[in-house]
Design a protein around this ligand. Sequence first.
Ligand SMILES: C[S@@+](CC[C@H](N)C(=O)[O-])C[C@H]1O[C@@H](n2cnc3c(N)ncnc32)[C@H](O)[C@@H]1O
Length: 273
Amino acid sequence: MGVARRVAPDALYQLRSRPLAYLRELWGAYRSPAALARLLDRPRAEIAGYWDDLLGRDRFYERVRAREEELSRSGRTGSSPGGRADAYSEVLYVLVRALRPETVVETGVALGYSSAYLLQALHDNGTGRLHSIDLPTTDPEGRTNADGVRDRVHLGSAEDTGAVIPADLRDRWELTLGPSNPTLVSVLGKVGPIDIFFHDSEHSYENMMWEYRTAWPSLRPGGWLLSDDVHWNAAFPEFAGAQGSPSFRWFGPRGHRGAVAKPGAPATPTARR
Ligand SMILES: C[S@@+](CC[C@H](N)C(=O)[O-])C[C@H]1O[C@@H](n2cnc3c(N)ncnc32)[C@H](O)[C@@H]1O
């Protein structure tokens, strides 16, 4: 898979609007297939093939971008989205393709970029459901978390939670609105054992640790806990370090996103492509 193909969808727009961040993403995207193949103990060609699927099939980026443009035309963009169609979310897609989960739970949706990637992967696998939790805010100042750190992510309207998710991917999606603590407990109770948990809600140490500890017992052996913004505090390294299992960080100089597998069974089921 050539880097050129990865650059194609919106390179000029990205290079003009956020050159340094975009170049870092490209570097991460270039390195990620090999790193993920090692982590999952899969052939690099298989992992690269999933990336090719995402880049080549179904016009995923164009459909997400079309939803963004609709929001923008109606003046409903809110803050910077807190996620984007870009290389760091591609890893979410590839992990879901490779792991073929039946049940995925995520906290933190905003406009729904991560949800869209996860749902596209479930769609391409032909199996699985995504259960998402979000507590949207329309306050232009965003929120200050329990560590006193402000997160400015906000929506134009609470109804725009997940707004960039293409309509044809929504049949595998269930959204529950409420604070992750305690909403996660009731969602996990309802869905039973899960294969992937993805944290991207309030990034305070207390909330991240609470979500990891709450989700972990529901993860099937061999399931994966994923987390955004693991560099905000020590919660992810502490939690992942205590599991005695390989962990992985990707995107950004310090690895913004992290993954750790639950031991007890092969973490990487045989690919069924
Ligand atoms: C960074 S954004 C999520 C971005 C999204 N995962 C993506 O990649 O496109 C964080 C979201 O978490 C929500 N949030 C913040 N605190 C929360 C909490 N305690 N419980 C649930 N959601 C929360 C915010 O309203 C916001 O929509």
